[in-house]
Design a protein around this ligand. Sequence first.
Ligand SMILES: [Zn+2]
Length: 411
Amino acid sequence: MKTSDIVIRAAQLRGQTELNDIAIHDGVIVAIAPSLAAQGAEEILVDGRLVTESFANPHLHLCKVWTLSMAEDIARADYHGAGMGKAMAAIEAASHVKATYAEGWILDNARRAVALAAMHGNLHIRAFADVDSKAKLEGLNALLKVRDEFRGIVDVQVVAFPQDGILREPGTRELMREAMVRGADVVGGIPWIEYTDAAAAEHISFCFDLANEFDKDVSMLLDDAGDPSLRTLEMFAIEAIARGWTNRALAHHCRAMSQYPKPYLHRLIGTLKAAGVSVVSDPHTGPLHACVRELLADGVNVCLGQDDISDAYYPFGRNNMLEVVFLAAHLLWMMSRDEIEQLYDLATFRAGRAMNVELKIAVGSPAHLVVLGERDMLEAVRYHAAPVHVISHGRSVDLAKMREIAGRPAV
Ligand SMILES: [Zn+2]
């Protein structure tokens, strides 16, 4: 009788009426059928529980996780220390934290956050490391180490991210280039925070030059404010087309879209489709969000991201994409069963597609999957509990070990 590495027995797959067995060998799904004869070196009996592709998180500020209390301390000191003259704006507190950036503590925090991701079956992360005159390459170096440590369990794509701009922050061009030389996976950008549209265009151009030189994908935070005159998403998509970077340019946030006039929005959607630009939305981390429903209806790939975990911008987060789905159901008001299923897509295969990672329960696909504790999608989203079993690259993830790394609950 044929032997596989793993056989999952009696799985409830999405959209199927019958229960199925799933055989996995050499990291790949090799068979799916109601009753497989093959034996598994590891047999997992799931008794009708929901088994799906694993989760992915295309947007996480991994160098900032668990800096909330640091930011609060600094903000408090400012508040008292400057005669109450300083605003406690999140962005200012966050930038003060960066003055204390050191690879060591960032590494500790990031390891815990990635272990939490593994526990929640969130196996692909696009992780931003701030690269600027304050952070230097401290965060980047830490994230490269975390990427190497978790390779094969959680695949981390490290983004070199010029959070404070490129033109307005002297020295950033050189640091960004050095970040790519050191092995960053993705070129990041944030053109809308430059002082002028011309500077934003130059920012975008610089990033695509770098992507071209190192043959890497591009990820940019775009138009992240309630200002309908912001246009960097469109500039980004047009540049992607011009450079031949179709399906390699990922747009994040794009909150200004919610205030665009409808005719412009529809023209923009056409440009996004031509560029193969996917949009990551994190509706729980700001009062506005991209037009998720309209983008989906018109055939743009959309997905959800965690964005932040306990930092100056957002006080919660566990790298649990089911929790993000639960929040998005409320914030996007997508509550029907069909809409909840659709939101689940946004945290699984659509998020994978945005990062150029294949997530699919199909014969021949890489075996990245989760066994949820529940038998029904609604229940799974309702409780947004961690999966009972996680498989990455065809191997069972040691959840007890991940729990140990994640450690005690942090603030
Ligand atoms: Zn963000």
